[in-house]
Write a protein that binds this ligand. Structure first.
Ligand SMILES: CC(C)(COP(=O)(O)OP(=O)(O)OC[C@H]1O[C@@H](n2cnc3c(N)ncnc32)[C@H](O)[C@@H]1OP(=O)(O)O)[C@@H](O)C(=O)NCCC(=O)NCCS
Length: 422
């Protein structure tokens, strides 16, 4: 029997143990040595096998031992495999459940895990360290690149190409011939009927990219616990990226009474490296001050886009610390700066340029080629006519209609918008 170590003592690790036992029932091949896991106490017993220690334990084994990386997250799995490769030249067998129905016309690399109930037809390419959870189907000529994770009950039609590091959520369906770009996460029960770009989260029927820039952690801090902060909390929940979400606020009463408020604004700096952060403060000057402070401290500022916002694939840029709320529409060629709020159901038409820390309020509409300066606030329901330029530090009141350039900072209201002089 060949020795095998299961790397990862979580739920999927236990499923892999079961898979190995099922292979052994058919033909005794593997002798399970135990689990390796940096996060579980050494000596812990898991379904009859012991956690032997963390990855450093591998140093006690020679290269003849096999290792299976039973970690569902594509990103973490890749990191672990890199670490294992640095430790030694271990074997990474393909573990295929005896219940899998697969033709002989399948090309496979190493380290793949294919669970019970999978059906793989013909001329399929599976590269390295792919996980196919139970009961998935993969059609002819499909290509699954390395470190892809396919959760249970996924249907991959013929000629689909799934690029490196992609995760397909439970029950999602990929229509024939579609390409899913590297590292993209498709949320459960989505229907992918058009190509998806790399590095995004896609969701829905049909699946649309929910662009998500710069996420490094599973925990998010929302600086500002006001109403705007609460909307951002829900938005962040909707992206499905974060497991833990907390507020920060300098309001002493909130700190004492609201258990979701875990610290003041500087908490994010003190805990740099542990959380992603978004600043949820309506006032542009305060938002800018806090975000700049975070930037100087190297805090991980993210960009959040609601799954029900529509963003053209030809949108040029959406800066860091920017939020795009539900129902917002951003068209081709648009550039959006840092720390911007594109609020609920706002629309920004082609080739607009939005300066840093601007706020495009709920239900406001910017026609094509509009330029909005830094810190400028476009009020609820305001309309900005095409080709209009509005300079920095302007407030356009709720319902204002701006038909010509504004070159002087101040507050403008009415139809057509005129400066308020008080
Ligand atoms: C424009 C705005 C900032 C002005 O606020 P303010 O500086 O406190 O001004 P005041 O409320 O004192 O109003 C000054 C004058 O402008 C008028 N005015 C204010 N807002 C106006 C608006 N949106 N449209 C037309 N007239 C407006 C007032 O009636 C008042 O007129 P008066 O002097 O004849 O009485 C504010 O009214 C506004 O529209 N804010 C936008 C709110 C919003 O869109 N929030 C969205 C959050 S997503």
């Amino acid at each position: 029997m060949k020795k095998i170590l299961i790397c990862g003592a979580g739920g999927f690790g236990r499923e892999v143990q079961w898979l190995i036992e099922r292979i052994n029932q058919k033909e005794p091949i593997w002798q399970i040595e135990g689990y390796l896991d940096d996060g579980v106490e050494s000596g812990t017993e898991i379904n009859g096998y012991k956690v032997l220690g963390g990855l450093e334990k591998l140093r006690e084994y020679d290269d003849s031992v096999s290792v299976v990386c039973a970690v569902s997250s594509a990103r973490i799995r890749e990191k672990i495999v890199l670490g294992i490769r640095k430790t030694g030249d271990f074997q990474f067998p393909n573990l295929i459940d005896p219940d899998v129905q697969a033709s002989t016309f399948i090309s496979m690399g190493e380290g793949n895990i294919i669970c019970a109930g999978n059906i793989l037809t013909v001329n399929i390419v599976i590269k390295d360290f792919v996980i196919l959870n139970p009961a998935c189907t993969t059609g002819h000529d499909a290509v699954l690149e390395s470190f892809v994770t396919v959760h249970s009950g996924v249907n991959i039609a013929e000629c689909v190409r799934i690029q490196k590091g992609v995760e397909l959520g439970t029950g999602s369906k990929i229509i024939q011939g579609k390409i899913i770009g590297a590292n993209t996460l498709v949320r459960p029960a989505s229907l992918v009927n058009r190509d998806l770009p790399s590095d995004c989260i896609a969701a829905g029927l049909p699946a649309k990219p929910v662009k998500f820039y710069g996420a490094k952690h599973k925990k998010l801090l929302i600086t500002g616990a006001s109403g705007h902060g609460k909307v951002i909390f829900e938005l962040a929940m909707e992206t499905g990226v974060y497991q833990e979400l907390y507020f920060l606020d300098d309001d002493e009463t909130l700190l004492k009474t609201d258990e979701t408020v875990i610290g003041n604004v500087d908490f994010a700096v003190r805990h740099n490296g542990e959380y992603d952060v978004i600043v949820a403060v309506g006032n542009a000057f305060i938002r800018r001050r806090i975000q700049k402070k975070y930037e100087r401290a190297g805090v991980s500022l993210v960009t959040l886009v609601h799954p029900e916002a529509t963003i053209s694939e030809k949108t040029v840029r959406i800066g860091k610390g920017t939020v795009v709320m539900a129902g917002a529409v951003i068209q081709a060629g648009v550039t959006i700066g840092d720390g911007v709020i594109v609020n609920t159901s706002a629309s920004i038409d082609h080739e607009c340029e939005i300066g840093d820390f601007a706020h495009i309020s709920v239900g406001s509409h910017l026609a094509g080629n509009v330029k909005i300066g830094k810190n400028t606030w476009i009020g609820a329901g305001a309309v900005i006519s095409n080709n209009v330029c509005i300079c920095d530090d302007v407030t356009a009141g709720a319902g204002a209609v701006v038909v010509k350039d504004i070159t002087e900072s101040g507050t403008y209201v009415g139809i057509p918008a005129k400066k308020i002089t008080k």
